[in-house]
Design a protein around this ligand. Structure first.
Ligand code: NDP
Length: 483
C-alpha cells in the first residue's frame, strides 16, 4: 500500500520534533501535527519559562547579598507585566526556531489536532487526512487537578506563565518538582507562599537528607510549608479579595502569541479562593495553585479503538523500543509515563529513528538519568538514594554539609549538602546528591563519572578544584556511616 508519509508524528514537543527531524534526515517523508504551539511543554509551558522565572526570582537575594560585598543597591519592586511580555517574546522566538528546524528538514507540519482512525490513518481537525507507514505518538501530558468539587478554581502550572498580575498570596498544593520549584520562584518574586503537602516530607523519591535540607531552606526563605496537610474543601472567596484586575495587552508591550491566545480564550482561571485544610485552618488565598502531578495526553486520540493498550493513568504502554501493541504505532516522551524529562523524550525520539529508519534497533537508555529540581538552593541527583541503595546491598555513605563561602560572607545561614552513596562490594558510586546553588550544573558533570561506573577511589584520585563547593565531592575521605 502506498502511504502519504513514511512517518506521521502527533505532537510537536521536544521528543516529537527530534524524532521528526532525525527521521526526515534519513530521507523519510515525515509529517508532524501540533494542536497548540511548536516546542511543547518544555519550551512553551515548562522547563524554559520556568528556568527564566527562576532567574528572575533570584535577583532579589543577589542584590541583598551584594550589600554585604560593599554594593549599595536596593532590590526595589519586581515588575511582572514587563517580565511576562519579555518572557513571551522569547518563547515566540524559540517556537520559530523549532518551526525552522522542521521546515529545514522538509517535515510537513499541520497546526491542528490529529487523531487516529486506523493504525495507518490520521484525521485532523482541519478536515484533512493522511496515511503513514508509521505513526509516532508524542503528545506529552498535562497538569492534573485533584478530583474534588471546585478544583477548577485553582490554576495549574500552564497558567502561571500567563497570569496578568502576581497574586499577593498563593497556596500551592503538592510536594513534587513543580510545587517546590514554583514555591521558590513565587516567594523570590515577592508573593506570600503557603504550601501544603500531604506526605511527611516534600520531594518523595529523592534522598531523604537532601529533601530535608531543601525543605529547611525553603522555610528559611519565608515559604510557609505545611507537611502532612492537604486541602479538603474550597470555594470562591468574596469580599475584600476581588477578582484579578485585568489589563489590556497594550499596557504590557507589543502583543505576543501566547498573550493573544490568552485574550481570545477569556483569560487565566483563578482568583481568590477560600480553602479549608486537613489541619483545620480556613483561609482565603488570592490564588490557589494545584501542582498535583501530570497526566498523559491520550484522550480522544483514537488509540484504544485502534488496539493500542493504555495503562491505568491513560499512558501508552510501549516495549523497550517504544513500540505499542499495534506494530505501526510507536510512542515516546511523557505520554508513555516512563521518565518524564525532556532529555529522556529526546533520546527516546532518536532511538525511535535508529530503530525504525536506520535499521539499528536501539533501546533508549533509562539508567542513571540525572535530574535537578530548581528550588533555591537546587537539588541535583543521579543514581540511587541512600534508602534505595541500602535496600539493594551494603553501602558506605559519604556526606558533608557546610556553609557555602559566598552566602556565609553575606550572613546567610544556607547550607550545602554533598553526598555519595558507595557500594561496599564494587566500590562504585551508586548515587550522588547535591543541594547547593548551581547543583543542576554540578550534577551534570558528576553524572558522567557515575554513568561511566566510577568508583569512590576514582573520585578520590581526582584533584580538587579550589576553592569551590564541588571540591568536597573528591575530598570526603571517611564514610559517615555504613548500611
Ligand atoms: P510530581 O508527581 O513530581 O508531584 C506531584 C505532587 O502532587 C506530589 O507531591 C503528590 O503527592 C501530590 N499530589 C498528587 N495528587 C494529589 C492530591 N490529590 N492531593 C494532594 N497532593 C497530591 O508531579 P509534578 O507535577 O510536580 O511534575 C511532573 C513531572 O514532571 C515530574 O515527575 C518530573 O518528571 C517532571 N518535571 C521535571 C522538572 C525538572 O526536571 N526540574 C520540573 C518539573 C517537572 P505524593 O508525593 O504523596 O504522591
Amino acid at each position: 500500500m502506498a502511504f502519504d508519509f513514511d512517518l506521521f508524528v502527533i505532537g510537536g514537543g521536544s521528543g516529537g520534533v527530534r524524532a521528526a527531524r532525525t527521521s526526515a534526515a534519513t530521507g523519510a517523508r515525515v509529517a508532524l501535527a501540533e494542536e497548540s504551539r511548536m516546542g511543547g511543554t518544555c519550551v512553551i509551558r515548562g522547563c524554559v519559562p520556568k528556568k527564566l522565572m527562576v532567574f528572575a526570582s533570584s535577583y532579589r537575594e543577589v542584590i541583598d547579598d551584594a550589600r554585604a560585598y560593599g554594593w549599595s543597591h536596593e532590590a526595589g519592586e519586581f515588575d511582572w507585566p514587563t517580565f511576562r511580555a519579555h518572557l513571551h517574546k522569547e518563547l515566540d522566538r524559540l517556537e520559530e526556531v523549532y518551526r525552522a528546524i522542521l521546515s529545514r528538514n522538509n517535515v510537513t507540519t499541520y497546526d491542528t489536532r490529529a487523531w487516529l482512525t486506523d493504525p495507518h490513518t490520521v484525521e485532523m481537525a482541519s478536515g484533512e487526512t493522511a496515511t503513514a507507514k508509521h505513526i509516532l505518538i508524542a503528545t506529552g501530558g498535562h497538569p492534573a487537578r485533584p478530583g474534588m468539587p471546585n478544583a477548577e478554581l485553582g490554576i495549574v502550572s500552564n497558567d502561571v506563565f500567563l497570569m496578568e498580575n502576581l497574586p499577593k498570596s498563593i497556596l500551592i498544593i503538592g510536594g513534587g518538582y513543580i510545587a517546590c520549584e514554583f514555591a521558590g520562584i513565587l516567594n523570590g518574586l515577592g508573593v506570600e507562599v503557603t504550601q501544603y503537602y500531604r506526605g511527611a516530607q516534600i520531594l518523595r523519591g529523592f534522598d531523604d537528607e537532601a529533601r530535608g535540607l531543601v525543605a529547611e531552606a525553603m522555610r528559611e526563605r519565608g515559604i510557609d510549608l505545611h507537611l502532612g496537610t492537604n486541602i479538603v474543601e474550597m470555594a470562591p472567596a468574596s469580599g475584600e479579595h476581588g477578582p484579578h484586575p485585568t489589563e489590556s495587552d497594550a499596557a504590557m508591550g507589543p502583543p505576543v502569541k501566547a498573550l493573544d491566545m490568552l485574550a481570545a480564550s477569556g483569560g487565566v482561571p483563578g482568583g481568590p479562593v477560600w480553602v479549608k485544610a486537613t489541619n483545620g485552618t480556613e483561609r482565603v488565598f488570592d490564588t490557589l495553585f494545584f501542582a498535583t502531578g501530570r497526566k498523559p495526553n491520550t484522550d480522544g486520540l483514537g488509540l484504544e479503538e485502534c488496539g493500542v493498550k493504555l495503562g491505568r493513568k491513560g499512558e501508552v504502554i510501549v516495549d523497550d523500543y517504544s513500540q505499542t501493541s499495534v506494530p505501526s504505532i510507536y510512542a515516546i516522551g511523557d505520554v508513555t509515563s516512563r521518565i518524564e524529562l525532556t532529555p529522556v523524550a529526546i533520546r527516546e525520539g532518536m532511538a525511535f529513528t535508529e530503530t525504525v529508519f536506520k535499521g539499528n534497533p536501539t533501546k533508549p537508555d533509562h539508567e542513571l538519568v540525572a535530574s535537578a529540581v530548581f528550588t533555591q538552593p537546587e537539588l541535583g541527583t543521579v543514581g540511587l538514594t541512600e534508602e534505595q541503595a541500602a535496600e539493594q546491598e551494603e553501602i558506605e555513605v559519604y556526606c558533608t554539609s557546610f556553609k557555602p563561602m559566598q552566602q556565609a560572607f553575606a550572613g546567610r545561614s544556607d547550607r550545602v549538602l554533598m553526598k555519595l552513596i558507595v557500594s561496599k562490594a564494587t566500590r562504585k558510586v551508586l548515587g550522588c546528591h547535591i543541594v547547593a546553588d548551581h547543583a543542576g550544573e554540578m550534577i551534570q558533570l558528576a553524572a558522567i563519572a557515575v554513568k561511566m561506573g566510577a568508583t569512590k577511589e576514582d573520585f578520590d584520585r581526582t584533584c580538587a578544584v579550589h576553592p569551590t563547593m564541588s571540591e568536597e565531592l573528591v575530598t570526603m575521605s571517611t564514610p559517615i556511616r555504613t548500611a
